[in-house]
Design a binder for this molecule. Structure first.
Ligand SMILES: *Cc1c(COP(=O)(O)O)cnc(C)c1O
Length: 400
């Protein structure tokens, strides 16, 4: 008998084929085991499920709608273009889906405090929101360089009551923030819970975050059927760590639907100019899990770049590495320039300002739509672009 994919993967050690697992020191492994055991128990608990459902409805505003982009569809003259509106999820992106789940788990485990790292600040804001909701303390570790760059998100976190810890080691960005957050977590794993920002990290995080994001896929499949009477031909989503993509993909994984992950090609295919890990990377272990990553000549994580700060990560969630390796998903890369063009297309033609991250997925749909008349493409619009408008206007004008 064939178990459904989502029940079969990952295995009990957190492997998707050879990808995933947990490659961490013993001290961290103990804490991961505790989270894993608690999650397996609590995820079956009817109180937990009911509570999460209530939160999604009354606090997050779920389900988010699917919108038929009628003007763009007409303009590009081919496939129908549909958007799953995660930009309408509370706080303006999909991240709150797994942050509320992680925080609820922390609450059920009797934890007092959430600890997280953040790069651009989006994950920090979502975790700070969840902490405020549950009355948990919140400690966000952020590189000093990022704190200066992402000022509005730092202000948001502080308004929400989080303590933002400036990390001054090394390059003072995301990597050092991860180290600092883990260090703080290991000082008090009894009272604190580490809350990861995507389908990455050691087991059980890739599975847990996927399961919490799966609501996007479940809703999308049902809504799309109700709306059109059939399934989409293609579903696409941008991939940084890969949480919004795994969320929507998981709803269609057993169907004859093409699933495409869109990576950031940045300024071009030379190492250091992009963050397209699956397109150009190779197998390796980073941040406690085995996946496909971009390496420098010393086999360390390579410097990466994208105009979308939520996408510049030198690896990718292990489940994406697996699904791509067996041919279940496809991967495409979209440049900064194409993403910014799509940002203005959606803003000016439909009245929706997308996040630059999400604009990568949309750009792919606009690229392929003209040749696919009669087909339907569903794009996961992972977030809204309010956070990006100052940067876009300063660097690219008003898109005239
Ligand atoms: C963080 C972020 C992403 C990238 O994260 P994934 O885990 O790859 O989904 C994409 N879109 C938005 C709006 C984000 O904030």
């Amino acid at each position: 008998m064939n178990k459904p994919y989502l029940k079969q993967f990952p295995d009990e050690k957190g492997f998707f084929g050879k990808f995933g697992g947990s490659f961490v020191p013993d001290s961290i492994q103990q804490a991961m085991d505790e989270i894993n055991t608690a999650y397996n128990l609590i995820a079956q608990n009817s109180d937990f499920i009911a509570e999460l459902r209530k939160i999604r409805e009354t606090f997050q505003g779920r389900p988010t709608p699917i919108y038929f982009a009628h003007n763009l569809t007409k303009k590009y003259g081919g496939a129908g273009i549909y958007l799953k509106r995660e930009d309408l999820n509370h706080t303006g992106a999909h991240k709150l889906n797994h942050c509320m789940g992680e925080a609820l788990l922390a609450k059920f485990m009797g934890k007092k405090k959430l600890i997280a790292e953040t790069g651009a600040g989006q994950h920090g804001v979502a975790i700070a929101t969840a902490a405020a909701y549950f009355g948990l303390e919140c400690e966000i570790h952020m590189g000093e360089v990022d704190i200066a760059k992402e000022h509005p998100n730092v202000v948001r976190m502080r308004v929400l009551g989080a303590k933002v810890i400036a990390v001054t080691a090394g390059a003072k960005t995301l990597k050092e923030a991860v180290d600092s957050a883990f260090e703080s977590y290991l000082k008090d794993p009894k009272n604190a819970m580490y809350a990861i920002g995507s389908v990455v990290g050691p087991h059980p995080f890739p599975k847990m975050v996927r399961d919490f994001q799966a609501v996007v896929g479940v809703e999308s499949r049902k809504q799309f059927l109700e709306m059109t009477g059939e399934l989409p031909d293609i579903v696409c989503a941008c991939v940084g760590g890969g949480s919004n993509a795994m969320g929507i993909f998981s709803g269609f994984i057993e169907d004859a639907v093409e699933l495409v992950g869109i990576e950031p090609l940045g300024r071009g295919s030379a190492l250091g100019e992009h963050a397209a890990s699956l397109s150009y990377g190779s197998e390796g272990v980073m941040h406690g899990f085995n996946s496909i990553m971009l390496k420098d000549s010393q086999d360390n994580p390579a410097p990466v770049y994208s105009v979308a700060s939520g996408l510049d990560y030198p690896s990718v969630g292990p489940e994406h590495a697996y699904l791509h390796s067996i041919g279940r998903t496809k991967v495409a890369a979209i440049s900064d320039k194409e993403a910014i063009a799509a940002f203005f297309e959606l803003s000016k033609n439909e009245g929706i300002i997308p996040a630059i991250e999400s604009s990568h997925a949309l750009a792919y749909a606009l690229k392929i739509a003209p040749d696919l008349k009669g087909q339907k493409i569903l794009v996961n619009l992972s977030g809204r672009g309010d956070k990006d408008i100052d940067f876009v206007v300063e660097n690219f004008g008003y898109g005239e």
